[in-house]
Design a binder for this molecule. Structure first.
Ligand code: FE2
Ligand code: FE2
Length: 305
């Protein structure tokens, strides 16, 4: 049945207040973002951060010892886990699990946070996976921007949960997600996500990429690195949705933004389905396994289990 409640845009002020009330990200996240931005960061730097957090250490060892990674012997220390899973994977997992623990809202009923976080993992992992062969720039920030790109959706939910239920119902009925958010909230999740990143004092490049990941709101003359980050996140988001890792029942109708298609073409980058399919399938399998092994997120109340 259609939702007939009267539309009450949450309004900029309410949203800004919600952003201001967001919990601080733990110090370990800032340190991990620094490590992501530092091409000279070592496994020892990462071990130092992870070993300070017993819960995080347990999660990483659990993943390393899972059947998915199929190690023939028990992995009992962090160094061995980093060898098996890889430096980037452990660094990004550590960051993601800390963000989830800090801001997962309790009792979300509008959508499944499990699906939401899987989408975030997928976009971050794809942004990281694309980076090496196509853009050849340091990949750390790409994961962070990819993982956080839709964080504005959680902020919108926190500002007005019933309005988010209306947005999700609209998307599942085939309407455009951004247009629904603007209609119901008066702004969209990309805009609000940028505010949240600024609140958390994340690097400007990441903040700009989150704010512009649907192809709008770019600074007038963004740096090349900023443009690349936006392109990467935009494409990773698109592929995550096409791979079925979105957080609404109906896949959003995202198309490659014309400006980003043009920018990619100018650089001779063509997104060939045949080339990307193996990467997307492998990443989706890894995300599914990770989310399941670590029991990330919760299903929506209506999913019943
Ligand atoms: Fe988005
Ligand atoms: Fe997204």
């Amino acid at each position: 049945m259609a939702n007939t409640r009267s539309i009450r845009p949450a309004g900029a002020q309410e949203l800004v207040q919600t952003v201001g009330r967001l919990p601080a990200l733990p110090g370990v996240v800032s340190r991990l973002v620094e490590i992501s931005s530092d091409q000279n960061a070592s496994a020892a730097d990462l071990s130092q951060v992870v070993s300070l957090d017993p819960g995080l250490l347990t999660s990483i060892l659990k993943l390393a010892n899972s059947a998915y990674y199929g190690c023939s012997r028990t992995v009992s220390d962090l160094e061995a886990a980093i060898m098996l899973l890889g430096f980037d994977q452990v660094r990004d997992l550590a960051l993601s699990l800390n963000v989830i623990a800090a801001i997962e809202p309790p009792g979300v009923s509008a959508f499944s946070t499990r699906e939401y976080w899987k989408h975030a993992f997928m976009a971050g992992s794809l942004a990281r996976g694309f980076c090496r062969p196509l853009w050849r720039v340091y990949p750390g920030e790409h994961y962070v921007a990819g993982f956080l790109h839709d964080i504005g959706r959680l902020v919108l939910y926190l500002a007005d949960p019933s309005a988010m239920r209306e947005v999700v119902a609209g998307v599942n009925a085939g309407r455009d997600a951004l247009a629904e958010e603007r209609r119901v909230y008066g702004c969209d999740h990309a805009e609000v996500g940028g505010l949240a990143c600024r609140h958390w004092r994340l690097p400007d490049r990441i903040t700009a990429a989150v704010a512009a990941h649907h192809g709008a709101g770019l600074a007038r003359e963004p740096s090349l690195a900023e443009q690349e980050l936006v392109q990467m996140v935009h494409v990773a988001d698109l592929l995550a949705n096409r791979a079925g890792l979105g957080f609404t029942a109906r896949r959003p109708r995202h198309r490659l933004a014309p400006a980003i298609r043009l920018a990619l073409a100018r650089r001779g980058v063509w997104l060939r389905r045949s080339r990307l399919a193996p990467l997307v399938a492998r990443t989706a399998a890894e995300v599914e396994a990770t989310a399941q092994i670590l029991a990330v997120g919760q299903p929506a109340a209506s999913e019943g289990g």
